[in-house]
Design a protein around this ligand. Structure first.
Ligand code: PHE
Length: 347
């Protein structure tokens, strides 16, 4: 009899222990542990209690057995209910973490951007294309003939000096010192009338400074037709420079010298920064040197079998790096060639 009461006590205690354990088990994992504690094959409390049933006197077996069955069913359904809820909660939390909010604006892939030199070059080419010029970058490795000789540089001209020119291992070959090589190549390729713009890299043996670099960029244009005079050149250049820089600057042509043009000139523009009043950028002169130009020399035309009595033309060459520096307010030319992403991403 004592044994029976003892068992019933134990069953009751197991029930109330379970209630408080269940109250503090909220996670799926804690509930699974609780199930093992009560139903585990080895050492589970419920199987252990059922094991003790065989020692209960026969006449009490039913009462104790009923109590035990009731406890088992109650624990089982309470555990099931709470774990189902916890599982559902957890998966709902996980889904809301993983779900894609289709209303969010898309994160665009970073496509990179164009280098300031490329932007200026494209703009220059566009302006000339609109005026009917064709685009030809020409070769960077060039012969002495195209870079110098055909352009009227005498054999002892200082520009040929090793101080200025990079020669390559092949005799007679060099890195072009200007884009004027394209003048000759275009006139050889196309019979006049012709209009060509050429933008590309050029090389000179210079120290690297704020404004100079041994590799830089030039834009070159040449036009050959009948009856072309310096007025056509001036009108074309002023139109072009206004388009590139904007605003309404004043211009002047200053006599200069290039072996391949006659007459030769440099085009100055009133300073963009002080409107011609004088400032640091224009060294207080009020003017900025923009480009070199001139009428194609009759001997240059003869060198490519064009009759200077019948045809005439103009050409000009301009630094692209300088334009990029003025346009984007970059004081040091090195900035253009260091490929620092913090700089390049701004364009
Ligand atoms: N090639 C010259 C330079 O590099 C510029 C130029 C081009 C001048 C065409 C006249 C005509 O300075």
């Amino acid at each position: 009899m004592a044994r029976v009461f003892f068992m019933l006590d134990e069953i009751q205690k197991a029930g109330s222990d379970f209630d408080s354990a269940l109250a503090s088990a909220n996670e799926v994992k804690a509930l699974a542990d609780l199930r093992v504690r009560y139903f585990g094959r080895k050492g589970g409390l419920i199987p252990a209690l059922f094991g003790q049933l065989k020692d209960v006197p026969k006449e009490q077996k039913k009462e104790v057995g009923d109590a035990l069955n009731k406890l088992r069913d109650r624990i089982e359904s309470a555990l099931k209910e709470k774990s189902d809820r916890a599982t559902a909660d957890e998966s709902a939390r996980k889904t809301s973490r993983d779900t894609i909010d289709v209303t969010l604006p898309a994160r665009m892939p970073h496509l990179g951007n164009l280098h300031p030199i490329t932007l200026v070059r494209q703009e220059m080419e566009k302006i000339f294309r609109e005026m009917g010029y064709s685009v030809d970058p020409g070769p960077e490795i060039e012969t002495d003939w195209y870079n110098f000789e055909s352009l009227n540089f005498t054999p002892d001209h200082p520009a040929r000096d090793t101080q200025d020119t990079f020669f390559v291992d092949v005799p007679g070959m060099l890195l072009r010192t200007h884009t004027s090589n394209v003048q000759i190549r275009s006139m050889e390729q196309t019979k006049p009338p012709l209009k060509v713009i050429s933008c590309g890299r050029v090389y000179r043996r210079d120290e690297i400074t704020m404004r100079r670099s041994p590799m830089f960029h030039q834009a070159e244009a040449i036009l050959v037709d009948k009856g072309i005079h310096i007025g056509h050149m001036r009108a074309t250049l002023e139109y072009f420079v206004r388009k590139i820089f904007g605003g309404d600057p004043k211009f002047r042509l200053r006599p200069s010298f290039f072996p391949f043009t006659e007459p030769s000139a440099e085009l100055d523009m009133s300073c963009l920064f002080c409107n011609g009043n004088g400032c640091g950028t224009c060294s207080q002169t009020g003017w900025m040197e923009i480009l070199g130009c001139g009428m194609v020399h009759p001997q240059v035309l003869r060198n490519v079998a064009i009759d200077p009595e019948e045809w005439s033309g103009f050409a000009f060459g301009m630094g692209i790096d300088r334009v990029a520096m003025l346009t984007y307010d970059i004081p040091n030319i090195r900035t253009l060639f260091e490929n620092d992403l913090r700089v390049l991403q701004q364009f």
